[in-house]
Design a protein around this ligand. Structure first.
Ligand SMILES: Cc1ncc(COP(=O)(O)O)c(C=O)c1O
Length: 426
């Protein structure tokens, strides 16, 4: 018999008695020394001959088995550059998932194009290939997929659809550094792979991004947009005639940020393996846990990056207690589980596909190049995406732990199970 007073929220003993501490320090001695070496050498911008930036780009290209990598100042600028490079412009559409960080989508507006939001696969939280195909129109210029929380999209189906419709795929790999599908690294399967290397990302320079591509002409267009002083390498005479000038978006990366990210990149396989083991301990402990569902990994997928560990609360559990109440009970147990931050309740603007910026906001009102002069309507209709709307309200998660005692990880799983087995008392 499960009893109410076993729960810590009602005075029972806590599952985790001291705060869960991440022993791994993102900014460690190696990161500090790498940055200090540049400071001591008086280097703060792109070094002659590429230096640390060239090293990072070569290592990143190699990690993703891509021909070219180009470091940028943010993941957002990598996405803008990628969209521009494949010809996203006024009057075109880009297919995007509704469940992602808004920076996947906002650069579409910089191209005066329209984001077309797609629903997700409820098993994996990644964009649904069937939805992509349903939403392709004569205006579609690109498909953007996001390997959300380090879980790789259904790339087999997505690449087949893209092939059939002759559309480029942009991979937003900001959560998934080092993840792969059938041995192919994320970023290398589409036309351009975009990575944020910001803050808590698996490869981080504080504020940084990097793109990878195998196509020298796409590379050149991205250089042209934002990288004064970089050599162009493709076959377009028009672009080569520009020399080393750029259009002035100034998307160049900071050398110190790159030095930081270089250190993470060296340790990426080790850090991914540690995150993977911790995630596995949680999943093993939560298999068939009442009221909680695991996020599926598709066959052939090796997760990477992670960013956060996610779980779904079941609709049945949420008929008995709210997500907020369940999270409160978890905290009482000492478990740092929180409501998913991409969910409606954590944003002022609701879910992405209903956010004012992408629906009711009049882009013409701010001037600039954000709107297609031929568009008769200022706003875009709100679409209904039942799976995203249902699932995101049910998600909970925690940070993707690297170095936490395995016993603590197992106790967290046991504590989550303890709460979920007693939801009726909440
Ligand atoms: C999925 C996704 N895409 C794009 C970005 C934008 O990256 P940045 O913050 O480096 O511009 C982020 C940042 O968190 C992200 O999570």
């Amino acid at each position: 018999m499960k009893a109410k007073n076993e729960l810590a929220i009602f005075g029972g003993s806590k599952s985790i008695t001291s705060p869960v501490v991440e022993a791994w320090k993102k900014i460690d001695h190696n990161v500090k020394s790498a940055v200090c070496r540049l400071m001591d050498a008086g280097i703060s911008t792109i070094p002659v001959g590429g230096g640390v930036i060239g090293e990072f780009e070569a290592a990143f290209a190699s990690m993703t088995s891509s021909r070219y990598a180009l470091a940028m100042n943010s993941g957002t600028s990598t996405l803008h550059s990628a969209y521009v490079s494949v010809g996203v412009g006024p009057g075109t559409e880009v297919i995007v998932p509704a469940y992602t960080w808004h920076a996947t989508v906002t650069p579409v507006l910089h191209c005066a194009a329209t984001p077309i939001f797609c629903d997700i696969d409820p098993r994996t939280l990644t964009i649904s290939p069937e939805e992509i195909e349903r939403k392709i129109s004569p205006r579609t210029r690109a498909i953007c997929v996001v390997h959300v929380w380090g879980n790789v999209c259904d790339m087999g189906a997505i690449l087949r659809i893209a092939d059939r419709h002759h559309l480029p795929v942009i991979e937003d790999c900001s959560h998934a550094h080092g993840a792969s599908w059938q041995g192919r690294k994320v970023g290398s399967m589409g036309a351009v792979g975009c990575f944020s290397c910001q803050g808590p990302k698996a490869v981080s320079g504080g504020e940084l991004g990097v793109v990878v591509t195998n196509d020298p002409d796409l590379y050149d267009k991205m250089v042209l947009l934002g990288h004064f002083g970089r050599k162009k390498i493709g076959s377009s005479k028009a672009i080569l005639s520009v020399g080393d000038m750029s259009l002035g978006a100034k998307y160049r990366a900071h050398a110190w940020a790159v030095a930081m990210a270089n250190e993470d990149l060296k340790r990426l396989p080790e850090l991914n393996s540690k995150r993977g083991k911790n995630y596995q301990i949680l999943c093993d402990g939560l298999r068939e846990c009442p009221g909680l569902e695991l996020i599926d990994t598709l066959p052939g997928v090796e997760r990477g990056g992670y960013l956060e560990f996610k779980f779904k609360l079941s609709p049945e559990a949420l008929k008995i207690a709210t997500r907020e109440r369940i999270v409160e009970a978890m905290h009482a147990e000492g478990i740092p589980l929180v409501a998913d931050r991409y969910s409606d309740r954590n944003y002022t603007y609701g879910l992405l596909h209903a956010a004012p910026l992408f629906t009711t906001f009049d882009l013409k009102s701010i001037g600039g190049c954000f709107f297609n002069p031929e568009d008769s309507h200022a706003a875009h209709p709100i679409v209904h995406l039942p799976i995203s709307e249902d699932i995101t309200g049910r998600l909970v998660g925690m940070e993707a732990y690297v170095e936490v005692d395995t016993a603590v990880m197992a106790n967290m799983a046991a504590g989550i199970r303890k709460v979920m087995e007693r939801v009726e008392f909440l």
